[in-house]
Design a protein around this ligand. Structure first.
Ligand code: SF4
Length: 457
C-alpha cells in the first residue's frame, strides 16, 4: 500500500530503499501550505542557547513566541536556574506601530538589575525583523552601561528554518569565546558541544570522561556557564554531538583558534563506546595510559548492561520501529540501538538532515525502509499505517500522531525526563521501548479496534 497524501512538490524528499537509485532532495525551504514538523529560526536558536543557566534569556517579541519555547527542553542545571524563567518584552500593537526599542531597553535594565546575570541573550522574533527595531544598537548601549555581555541573537523566525537558528546561536556564543582566562587548563581537555543535559545526560558523559582522565572545560550548552564558554578556547579538543546544533561553533573555533573537533554520538552501545575511544585515540600521544582506562570504563559498563538487554530482546524480537527526529545524526545511533533489541527500523526521517546524512542512512538501513526529509503529520501517519509499526520515536510534535494511531511512543527529544545517553541511557531506552511496545493499551485505540473487527469479519 503506497500513500496518497504526498504532495507532488515533495515527492523527491521521500525515498524508498531498493526501489530506485539513491537520490533525496533536502535542505530546502518547507513547502508552503504543508504543515511541516519543523520549528522556526527563533526556536532553533532558543533551544541551543536556553540551557546556559546563568544567563538572562529575553525574547523581544509578542508573548506567543516566548510561550512557544518556554522550558521547551528539560535542560537541568547543577547550579543557577535563571534559564528556567522565560522573559519577554510582550510587544503589543502600539509597539509594532511606534517601535519596541524603548521597551526592550527598559526590560533589559530592569531584569539585569534584578537578577544580576553573567550575560544576556536577546532574541529577535519575526515581528522585530519586520518593524526593524535596532536590536544590536540597544544591546550595545545596555552592555556599555551594565558591564556584562548583552548579545543580540538575530533569529527572526521567518528567515529560514530551524537550522538557521542554530547558526544564529553559534554566532552569538562565538562573541563570548576567547574573552576569558585559560590559565590552568590541562593539555588533556575538551569542550562538550551539542548536548543539552536533558534529564542530566551531560553528567553521565562527564563521569565517563573523568574516569578516563579528561578535563571538561565547558559544557556547551547543557548545564552551561558563561565563564566556561569565555575560556573554552583553552581546551585541546571539541566533542560535537548531533549533526546541526553546534557544529558551526566548532568550525569557527577551529578556524580562529585551531582547535580540532570530532563528531560523536552518545546514544546506543557502539556509538557511545566509539565516542570514548575516539577521545582516547586523540589524547594517546599526551597520555599513553588513557586507552587502558577507556577500555576499563567500557568493559565495566557493558558487563552490567548486556544481561539486561538480553531479557528485553526476548519480547521485542521482530517488532517494527519508525523514527522522526530533528537532526539525522541521532537516527544513525537509534537504528543500531533497535538492532540490539532485535527490532527493525522501517521508516526514518529528520527535519534538518543533509545530503551526507541521508546517504549514510541509506547505507545502514534495510531494503524497503522509507527515508524522508522535512515531513508532515499526514505523511508520517500514512507511513506508520503502511508499515504497521509497533513504536514511533520522535519529539513533542510526533507524540499525538503515535497515540492517535494506537502505536507505542518514545520521546527522544525536548521533553524527556529520563536520560537516554550513555550505557545507562541504552538501558533506560530499552526499558521504555519494551514497556510501551508490549503494553496492552494499544488494542483499545480506535484504529486497532477497526483492524480487529475487520479481521473478525
Ligand atoms: S515563526 Fe515568528 S512569530 Fe512564530 S514563534 Fe517563530 S519567531 Fe515567533
Amino acid at each position: 500500500m503506497k500513500t496518497a497524501v504526498i504532495f507532488e512538490e515533495r515527492k523527491d524528499q521521500i525515498y524508498r530503499k531498493g526501489e530506485q537509485p539513491f537520490e533525496l532532495a533536502c535542505n530546502r525551504e518547507s513547502l508552503a501550505g504543508a504543515v511541516s514538523q519543523r520549528a522556526c529560526v527563533f526556536c532553533g536558536s532558543r533551544v541551543v542557547l536556553y540551557p546556559i543557566a546563568d544567563a538572562l534569556h529575553l525574547v523581544h517579541g509578542p508573548i506567543g513566541c516566548a510561550v512557544y519555547t518556554w522550558d521547551i527542553r528539560g535542560a537541568l542545571s547543577s547550579g543557577p536556574e535563571l534559564h528556567r524563567l522565560s522573559f519577554s518584552t510582550d510587544l503589543q500593537e502600539e509597539d509594532v506601530i511606534f517601535g519596541g526599542e524603548k521597551k526592550l531597553e527598559a526590560a533589559l535594565n530592569e531584569l539585569i538589575e534584578r537578577y544580576q546575570p553573567r550575560a544576556a541573550f536577546v532574541y529577535s522574533t519575526c515581528i522585530v525583523g519586520i518593524i526593524g527595531d535596532d536590536l544590536a544598537g540597544v544591546c550595545k548601549k545596555v552592555e556599555a552601561e551594565k558591564g556584562i555581555p548583552v548579545i543580540p541573537v538575530q533569529s527572526e523566525g521567518f528567515k529560514g528554518n530551524k537550522r538557521a537558528g542554530y547558526e544564529a546561536a553559534c554566532k552569538a556564543m562565538f562573541r563570548l569565546v576567547g574573552t576569558g582566562d585559560t590559565t590552568g587548563i590541562s593539555p588533556v581537555s575538551l569542550n562538550i558541544l551539542g548536548d543539552f543535559n536533558l534529564a542530566g545526560e551531560i553528567w553521565i558523559i562527564r563521569d565517563y570522561l573523568k574516569r578516563m582522565g579528561v578535563e571538561v572545560v565547558a559544557n556547551i550548552t547543557g548545564d552551561g556557564r558563561i565563564a566556561d564558554i569565555q575560556r573554552c578556547h583553552g581546551a585541546a579538543l571539541n566533542l560535537v554531538q548531533c549533526s546541526g546544533a553546534t557544529l558551526d561553533l566548532a568550525k569557527m573555533m577551529k578556524e580562529k583558534y585551531g582547535i580540532p573537533y570530532i563528531r560523536v554520538s552518545y546514544f546506543g552501545i557502539e556509538d557511545m563506546a566509539e565516542s570514548l575511544y575516539q577521545v582516547a585515540r586523540f589524547f594517546e600521544s599526551r597520555d599513553p595510559e588513557i586507552m587502558k582506562r577507556t577500555e576499563a570504563v567500557v568493559r565495566e559498563e557493558l558487563e552490567e548492561l548486556h544481561p539486561k538487554l538480553v531479557e528485553f530482546r526476548k519480547d521485542l524480537e521482530g517488532k517494527k520501529a519508525a523514527i522522526y527526529v530533528g537532526g539525522a545524526f541521532k537516527a544513525f545511533s537509534l537504528i543500531k540501538a533497535f538492532r540490539h533489541l532485535g527490532m527493525k527500523v522501517v521508516m526514518v526521517g529528520s527535519q534538518t538532515g543533509t545530503k551526507e546524512d541521508y546517504r549514510e542512512l541509506e547505507e545502514i538501513t534495510d531494503p524497503g525502509t522509507i527515508i524522508v526529509d522535512d515531513s508532515n503529520p499526514l505523511e508520517l501517519s500514512a507511513f506508520i499505517k503502511e508499515k504497521d509499526v509497533d513504536i514511533f520515536v520522535g519529539g513533542v510534535k510526533e507524540r499525538p500522531i503515535a497515540y492517535k494511531l494506537g502505536v507505542g511512543f518514545c520521546d527522544h527529544n525536548h521533553e524527556r525526563k529520563i536520560a537516554l545517553e550513555g550505557f545507562v541511557g541504552m538501558y533506560n531506552f530499552a526499558k521504555e521501548v519494551h514497556s510501551t511496545v508490549i503494553s496492552p493499551v494499544w488494542q483499545f485505540a480506535p484504529r486497532r479496534q477497526k483492524q480487529k473487527e475487520a479481521g473478525n469479519e
